[in-house]
Ligand binder design. Structure first.
Ligand code: ADP
Length: 265
């Protein structure tokens, strides 16, 4: 089994270096555009070998029998976790690199945000329940918006995932979505509150920076990489909205997003 794994890694490393060396032949220009393109290309190239690795690991897991020794099992499941983590990182890097490109455009369609928020809350229920966290969602008013549904869904997942991740067992997470303001300036207000570890005042602005993670020692076991809120902020900005956080360390946090609502016909 171990020899098989070694071979697999060697093959994937060879594949990546081959694909990357083709890119490296382009003379490196010290321009921001080139750098951005490089990150986008590299992340894009890494996605295929990573998904190959993941399916190979799945196949190896299926091969396991009662006789498989516990050490190999542990190695394999550790490897699977790391590959999944790397896939998330690569996906986030690609999103951010694309977000920096002036030619990148968000979709603009009219839709109701409520079903997306409901399904995001429902999909997080399992994760929350596993930690004994109560997750509640409340909606009110007309929640029509003109924007990019996929991106707004991603925003909901980032905020809910963080709330569950940074809330200890037995806590509470609450998602609320409502409309407010007069017809001329209607806004959708999305709030994700938790009773988790909270965020120190000196970290509150920096958590939206790329790769910034407050309290790295404590965060290491949570398995993130500090890109979620940078992506969340980009999505909100790109929709002409604002994002803010209030927090009491040790008591919880509340992320508040305001987005322009669609005008009623
Ligand atoms: P990640 O969660 O992958 O580290 P994010 O960009 O989503 O990256 O968040 C950046 C940092 O902000 C986290 O590392 C954590 O320190 C802090 N943070 C985000 N959401 C919360 C929350 N709900 N409660 C406490 N801390 C949070």
């Amino acid at each position: 089994l171990l020899a098989g794994l070694g071979l697999l890694f060697f093959g994937v490393a060879l594949y990546i270096s081959h694909r990357m060396s083709r890119r490296a032949m382009v003379p490196i220009q010290a321009s921001y555009t080139k750098q951005r393109e490089f990150v986008a290309d590299a992340s894009h190239e890494l996605r295929t070998p990573l998904s190959v690795m993941l399916s190979s690991i799945d196949a190896l897991e299926m091969e396991q029998t009662e006789e498989t020794d516990p050490f190999s099992r542990k190695l394999l499941s550790g490897m699977k976790e790391e590959v999944k983590r790397m896939s998330r990182l690569v996906g986030d890097l690609l999103t951010l690199a694309r977000s920096d490109m002036p030619e990148y455009r968000l979709q603009r369609e009219l839709f109701d945000l409520e079903p997306y928020a409901r399904s995001a809350a429902e999909s997080m229920q399992g994760l929350a329940a596993a930690k004994g966290i109560r997750l509640e969602a409340a909606f009110s008013g007309s929640l029509q918006i003109v924007g990019d549904a996929e991106r707004l869904k991603q925003l909901l997942y980032i905020l809910l995932d963080n709330a569950v991740k940074y809330t200890p067992e037995g806590g509470e997470v609450r998602l609320s979505l409502r409309a407010e303001g007069s017809e001329a300036a209607r806004r959708l207000v999305l709030e994700v509150q938790d009773t988790g570890i909270g965020i120190a005042p000196e970290d509150r602005l920096r958590i939206f920076d790329r790769f910034y993670r407050a309290d790295k020692a404590r965060n290491r076991q949570q398995g993130g990489h500090g890109l979620g809120l940078a992506i969340a902020k980009w999505i909100v900005d790109a929709h002409g909205g604002s994002i803010a956080v209030e927090s009491a360390p040790g008591r919880g946090s509340a992320f508040n997003v305001r987005l322009p609502a669609a005008r009623e016909m």
